[in-house]
Design a binder for this molecule. Structure first.
Ligand code: PYC
Length: 313
């Protein structure tokens, strides 16, 4: 029984579990290929380290790997209670804080490789981390989607490292106390998108729903429902990137202008963007936030444990 070494952290309230060692051998190929191998041959490992009784639905996992690009500080595959994530903003901030905690990283800019591309991450002297995310863009604007039991919902589809359906306005206030109602609302939207075969580019499933409202203390407040029906406790790094892409495409935010995105707990990320090809149609978003280390230990998978591979519902 090999122990699995991990470091837990939270970024603006959203937890990340970085797996340092004890993972399956995924070879040394491109990270997209290694993700495919993890998903098809070792999915029980994902479930064992992230699901109850060792984890929870809210936890996002980050499997630390040797990066194919030797100039990068680390390669990472992100996953959650039901599957895999292309990129994860809060998770990348958690990975950077973890590497700094372990003394493997000094302040400055570092490259982190993910299955959907490399991101540049800067560890600041005050322990904040800025990530320059993957190229982000709005795919479709102002879609009118009939949602059973809800009515017609208008929204945009955008890529920020994951696929998002972004809705402005909410039937209830975005507060933690309304999280059950918000989850039900967002899940109904996600189900309607699936039923109506509304997808991202290349028929990609839209598995994140982002509801935004005005905020008293930031530029916007959001509630983001993740693929496994857990809501993001942070303002969601990839969700903020998708939001910036929509604001840029609408001409509502200029390159370099600061956007403060608040999440459901009232914690915030600072965002801005630069144009990718001299146009606001495709942008490179930058997200800044901070993670705090909460645990460093070993997970054990006893062979006789009936929940060795986690509780899968
Ligand atoms: O911060 O990008 C993010 C994220 C995605 C899912 C949960 N957090």
């Amino acid at each position: 029984m090999l122990p699995i070494e991990f470091v837990d952290s939270h970024t603006a309230g959203e937890p990340t579990r970085v797996i340092l060692s004890g993972g399956p051998n995924l070879g040394s190929g491109p990270l997209a290929e290694r993700l495919e191998r993890l998903a098809t041959e070792h999915d029980a490992f994902r479930s064992a380290v992230i699901n109850e009784p060792r984890g929870s639905d809210v936890l996002v996992g980050a499997l630390l790997l040797e990066p194919p690009d030797p100039t990068c500080a680390a390669g990472v595959i992100f996953f959650n209670n039901v599957g895999y994530l292309g990129m994860c903003g809060h998770g990348t901030i958690g990975v950077m804080a973890t590497l700094a905690h372990l003394g493997r990283l000094q302040a400055g800019q570092h490259c982190i490789e993910t299955p959907v591309g490399s991101v540049q991450a800067t560890l600041h002297a005050n322990a904040e981390v800025s990530i320059e995310n993957v190229v982000s863009y709005r795919y479709r604007r102002n879609l009118q989607v009939p949602v059973p039991g809800v009515g017609t919902v208008n929204g945009d589809i955008a890529w920020g490292g994951n696929w998002f359906f972004l809705v402005d306005g909410s039937p209830v206030e975005l507060t933690p106390g309304n999280s059950d109602k918000l989850t039900e609302y967002a899940w109904a939207i996600r189900s309607a998108l699936q039923q109506q075969k509304i997808t991202g580019a290349d028929a990609a499933e839209i598995d994140h729903i982002e509801i935004s409202t005005p905020s008293r203390t930031a530029d916007s407040r959001n509630f983001v429902l993740c693929p496994g029906k857990a809501y993001d406790r942070s303002p969601c790094g990839t969700g903020t990137s998708a939001k910036l892409a929509c604001l840029a495409a609408d001409g509502r935010l200029a390159p370099g202008q600061i956007w403060r995105q608040e999440g459901i707990l009232g914690t915030a990320f600072t965002g801005s963007y630069r144009m990718q090809n001299g146009s606001t149609d495709t942008i490179v978003p930058s997200i800044t936030g901070r993670a705090y280390i909460t645990a460093h230990g070993h997970l054990l998978l006893e062979p006789e444990d009936p929940f060795r591979d986690g509780i899968r519902i």
